[in-house]
Structure formats: C-alpha cells, structure tokens
Unconditional design. Structure first.
Length: 346
C-alpha cells in the first residue's frame, strides 16, 4: 500500500521521532537500508527528500533542462505593504507553501519506495514523460488533501469542475489556459496576466525538445497550480472594517497527453495560427487557511524542515532568512496583487 494514501499517516511525526534517535536516522555511509518498507528515515532516503526540496527552489526551466519535471507551480499574490494585516496573513500562506513542499517531498520518496523505484522519472525517456509530471502533481494534491494538512483548511466553500473540448488557435491557447486557472481572482489583473503568460511561454518553450508519449496506464497528463491569495471582506459597508482571510486556490488540470504533445509542437511559419484540438478538465478548490492552527503548529514544522535539509548549505541559507516562510517564498512565484480599492478579493 502506498503510505501517502493513508489519511492517518503523518510522515512529519515519524520524521521527528526518528530524529531523536540518531542510530535509526543517520546510518553510516555505505550501510544498506531496507528501502522496501517503513517510514522515510534512513540517510539515503533523507538525501532523496533533500533532492526534492532542492528541486522546489530550482527555476522550473533549469529542472527541465536537466530532464527533470519541475515541482508544481505555486503562485503568491502579495498584498501591498500599506495593508500590514493582509501582509501578515499572506506570510502565513507562504509558510504553508513551504510546509506543503515538505509533505510533497516526503510523499514522492515514500511513493517511489512503495513502487520499488530506484531512480526518478526522466523527461529524456518519452514513456516516462507523463509519469514524471503526474508524480509531482499527485504528491502535492495529497499533501493538502490526505493527512494532517487537510485539517488546516476549510474546504467546504465548494469548487468547480469544468471539462472542455475545443478547437483553438495556437496563439490563443495560453490565454485560454490562464483564464481557466485565474478566473474570478480580483487580485489578478492585466499586469499579473502578462507576467504569468511570459512564465507559461518560457516553461512551454523549455519542454519543446522532449517527446511526450502517452502510455496505457498514463494517458492523461495532470498538473496542479497552487495560488495563495488574500480575501479582505468589508463587513462595515463603508470600507472601515475588513475580515482578512488567507486562501489557497488549488487548480488541477487534466489534459490528454497526445493533445498536450500536439500543443507543444512547434508549428511551421504557415501554421502558427492553425486551430488544434485541445481538451482540458479544470478542477478548482478554494481552501481557507485556519490561521490559529498554522500558528499553533508552525514550530513543529520548523523543526522538521531543519531535520529534512540536514547539512545542505544551499537550503540552510534560505531557511536562515525566516524558516518555513522564507522557504515557501523561495519556492513560489510571488507577484504584487492587483489592488481594488483596498480589497484584494471579494
């Protein structure tokens, strides 16, 4: 059984328990470990977790150049400094972004061990292309929906699922995708959309050298985008009293792998505006963070992050700036939120 599918499984608790027993945690170099069962705890496994955390702070295009599927995108829409209460709540979202990365890293390593998979999937192998992306997507979604972090959010506010099959010009495809991801967010305006379009263009361009081959068990390519933003609700009606709530929007995209491959294909000069078939299922879930629960548990996750990064100086330089919140910022694309009369979200 894949331990990441068990809602009672808490890898962080296991990690902290093992950290207090060095003999079971830091095995001598070269000593074999039984990687077929049990929690992530050996030195070798922790090195693999560290690899995932380093991938989180690596530019997506750089990961792709190395034949590695990048970590799922996290977007932060940061309120103006003139709204300190909103900025404080946004900082908590960055902390949760860092914690989510931690759980996702543990999920990936645990799932590989359950599959007895010794090497990461490679984009250089067409038959592994879809699995390479789906692995990270699945790990991030489970980090938020299965296990301890699910209790940090109110997910009862509903969500939407939309399946579309369209013929779209290549030149209009990015706009189509971005509008599905960011629809309804007041804190995203033209400036933000232009920046996001540039990011998407660079990301897609970096993938053009790889071949995507669907397989019988992986016919669909899955992506997840996590968007951290603030809702400020005017409860006075006069702009004097606001309720500040931190939210994470989880957007899951499912695309037929063969249609994704066609969409990525570089067209000839005469076919730049050709219409292509493109199908996508978009699932949006709005997650409201329990601020008090985050504060109550933050120190425990700070401790766990230090255990996970060990002696990796590159990661220590980041966490020394502000722990999980600094790590979360480093692993996110943070953009200034569009202002709307002092309210970033209705």
């Amino acid at each position: 059984m894949d331990p990441t599918s068990d809602p009672t499984h808490d890898p962080i608790e296991e990690l902290l328990a093992d950290a207090s027993q060095p003999t079971s945690f830091a095995m001598p170099a070269g000593q074999d470990d039984d990687s077929s069962s049990g929690p992530v705890k050996t030195k070798d496994s922790m090195q693999l977790v560290g690899d995932e955390l380093r991938k989180d702070v690596t530019e997506p295009n750089a990961s792709v150049e190395d034949g590695i599927a990048p970590a799922p995108f996290m977007i932060g829409l940061e309120p103006s400094a003139k709204y300190p209460d909103q900025r404080d709540a946004f900082t908590q979202l960055l902390g949760m972004a860092g914690i989510t990365r931690m759980f996702a890293a543990l999920n990936i390593v645990s799932a590989r061990r359950a599959r007895k998979q010794t090497e990461p999937y490679s984009l250089n192998k067409p038959e592994e292309y879809v699995s390479a992306f789906n692995e990270g997507t699945d790990a991030a979604i489970k980090a938020l929906t299965v296990g301890p972090l699910a209790g940090f959010y109110d997910a009862t506010l509903g969500g939407t699922t939309q399946t579309e099959e369209i013929l779209v010009k290549r030149s209009e495809l990015h706009d189509f995708v971005l509008r599905r991801i960011f629809s309804g967010l007041v804190s995203v305006g033209k400036t933000q959309m232009d920046e996001l379009d540039n990011v998407l263009t660079d990301f897609v361009s970096s993938l053009k050298s790889y071949k995507c081959t669907p397989t019988a068990d992986q016919p669909t390519l899955n992506h997840v985008i996590l968007i951290n933003y603030i809702r400020a609700t005017d409860i006075s009606g006069g702009g004097n009293v606001f309720v500040i709530d931190p939210y994470t929007r989880m957007v899951s995209l499912s695309i037929k792998a063969d249609e994704w491959a066609v969409a990525l294909r570089k067209p000839g000069i005469l076919k730049r505006n050709e219409k292509i078939k493109f199908g996508m299922t978009t699932t949006i879930t709005e997650l409201k963070l329990d601020k008090a629960k985050y504060v109550a548990n933050k120190d425990r996750y700070e401790q766990a992050l230090q255990v996970m990064i060990g002696n990796q100086d590159d990661l220590k330089k980041i966490t020394n700036k502000g722990g999980v919140e600094a790590f979360g910022r480093e692993t996110s694309l943070v953009l200034p939120a569009q202002e709307a009369g002092g309210v970033t979200e209705d």
